[in-house]
Design a binder for this molecule. Structure first.
Ligand code: PEP
Length: 254
């Protein structure tokens, strides 16, 4: 059965002081008994600090990106064995900011996904359409192609227990949110795409929604059948808001 997950993507934000404060509030506020997997994804330079601060708590740590290469002459890159060394359990892959600002292709994302699986780090595959694509009624084919690029690379059985985040590009950091119905339609289509290949795998993949999720809209989004949690950017930097979203996710499990 799939997990309910709330992941905070801190993007390029944080200081050691601010991280300490935020994580201490999250450690105090996350209710383990609720059964939600709570994950924070700080910038790479703070991963070590974050894993130390959440050690022996229910909060997990993920990276925002990683190389598909294990080591060597790749100046500025970070390797999966380094994430393992720090105790990171997840990695975001193919975030729209990586795809658009850093020109990451479907093929590169698929290579990173495969490498993460080999390293026993759970990949969170981010997919989503631009506003132009939505307006041209291309949302479902665009998302299906992004998902298919990874399935073609790793095979359907390797998708079991991985995470997909549907993040409409037009909703990221804009304050615009997909309606629960718009999001559910895409989540259900992703689930159906997986199910056609393997029903058990389809049921084991957590599909998160991301795109201006906040304390005010989370409950409604998270009440949809195929929305298994959230990938939260801006609102993950405020402990109170992030904890409210975690609480909204917990309601799915009741
Ligand atoms: C994100 O960065 O993945 C994201 C969803 O950002 P925001 O919540 O700020 O839209």
């Amino acid at each position: 059965m799939r997990k309910t997950i709330v992941a905070g993507n801190w993007k390029m934000n944080g200081t050691r002081e601010a991280n300490r404060e935020l994580l201490s509030q999250l450690v105090a506020g996350v209710d383990v008994a609720q059964g939600v997997e709570v994950l924070v994804c700080p910038p790479a330079v703070y991963l070590d600090q974050a894993t130390s601060l959440v050690k022996d708590t229910a909060i997990k740590v993920g990276a925002q990106n990683v190389s598909d290469q294990p080591k060597g002459a790749f100046t500025g890159e970070i390797a999966l064995p380094m994430l393992q060394d720090l105790g990171c359990e997840y990695v975001l892959l193919g975030h729209s900011e990586r795809r658009t600002l850093f020109a990451e292709s479907d093929a590169q994302v698929a290579d990173k996904f495969a490498a993460a699986l080999d390293a026993d780090i759970v990949p969170v595959l981010c997919v989503g359409e631009t506003l132009e694509q939505r307006e041209a009624s291309q949302t479902l084919p665009v998302v299906a192609a992004q998902v298919a690029a990874v399935i073609d690379r790793v095979g359907i059985s390797a998708m079991a227990q991985t995470v997909i985040a549907y993040e409409p590009v037009w909703a990221i950091g804009t304050g615009l949110t997909a309606t629960p119905q718009q999001a559910q339609e895409v989540h259900a289509a992703i689930r159906a795409q997986l199910k056609k290949l393997d029903a058990d795998v389809a049921d084991s993949v957590s599909i998160l929604y991301g795109g201006s999720m906040n304390a005010g809209n989370a409950a409604e989004l998270l009440s949809e059948q195929d929305i298994d949690g959230g990938l939260v950017g801006g609102a993950s930097l405020k402990a109170e808001d992030f904890l409210t979203i975690c609480g909204a996710a917990a309601a799915r499990l009741k």
